[in-house]
Design a protein around this ligand. Structure first.
Ligand code: SAM
Length: 280
């Protein structure tokens, strides 16, 4: 018995279904069900929510989410070898788990989910960052999800929650913090995974704000922030020259010194700069 359900321990599941980890799919599995239950709890109260889980693998976090009472879990997994293990979990939680064999980058989950929706994932880091950017930039806000609970390489997690003046502060921090509350809620050493990755990991919890923290047009804000951080060592008056010939006036209007560098400028000032540019 595994402790959180009547299913076999994950090491046994991996053996039975021959799930030797594949590097090409970024497979570093969490096998400690106490840990996966803890991560599931970090996603908040699941009893009234549907959960989208991306990259369930042998199902450690899936089992945590279900044991924590998720109303329904939709799990999207690219590796077909994992499907029999996920089918066993579905049988143990009748009607509550749907597992789809597919690439999360090409699969629309919405047909299977009813709001409120929470997203939880322990994904390969490149896929995780790409999905995070997509989830943070939907055509309309608020998005289809209420919260994201995602495992990242610790360095990426630090970039998401970074504040002005730090090296980690950049586009990802601004993108995340403009429309969510983002916090690092857990740190994990390499030994927590099998096989252990080379780096430390961290879980980030992001809660969608009902509206952006400060008003701004998303496209303008995105292009200003991209230009500012593409040349992060330059003063803003030259880094942003291509954005507008009158950039110094706009910087003054937004309360930003033209000699400042992007990494010193808070989100509120980037939003004010975007509004000033749009008004002209
Ligand atoms: N969630 C499991 C756990 O915590 O043990 C597995 C984590 S492992 C880091 C990442 C999982 O994502 C693997 O099972 C891998 O096959 C799957 N995966 C990789 N790329 C994916 C993609 N594009 N779409 C869906 N799943 C993917």
């Amino acid at each position: 018995m595994s402790g959180i359900d009547d299913l076999p321990p994950l090491r046994e599941v991996i053996k039975t279904h021959d799930l030797a980890a594949k590097k090409s799919l970024g497979q570093n599995f969490l096998l400690d069900l106490n840990l996966t239950a803890k991560i599931a709890r970090l996603a908040g109260d699941l009893t009234q929510a549907d959960v989208l889980e991306v990259g369930p693998g042998p199902g450690g976090l899936t089992r945590g989410l279900l044991a924590e009472g998720a109303r329904r879990v939709l799990a999207i997994e690219k590796d077909p070898r994992c499907m029999p293990a996920l089918a066993e979990i579905a049988a143990a939680y009748p009607g509550r788990l749907t597992a789809i064999n597919g690439d999360a980058l090409d699969t629309n989950p919405l047909a299977h989910l009813t709001p409120p929706i929470k997203i939880a994932a322990n994904l390969p880091y490149n896929v995780g960052t790409e999905l995070l950017v997509r989830w943070l930039t939907p055509p309309d806000w608020p998005p289809f999800w209420d919260s994201l609970t995602l495992m990242f390489q610790r360095e990426v997690a630090q970039r998401i929650v970074a504040t002005p003046g730090s090296k980690a502060y950049g586009r990802l921090a601004l993108l995340a913090q403009w429309r969510t509350d983002a916090r690092i809620v857990m740190e994990l050493p390499p030994e927590a995974f099998s096989p252990p990755p080379k780096v430390n990991s961290a879980v980030v919890h992001l809660t969608a704000l009902p509206a952006p923290r400060f008003p701004a047009n998303p496209a303008t804000l995105n292009s200003v922030v991209a230009a500012a951080f593409n040349q992060r060592r330059k003063m803003l008056r030259s880094a942003l020259k291509s954005v507008s010939p009158a950039i110094e006036d706009h910087l003054h209007a937004a309360g930003i010194k033209p000699t400042e560098r992007a990494e010193q400028v808070p989100l509120e000032a980037f939003c004010a700069l975007s509004r000033s540019l749009d008004e002209s």
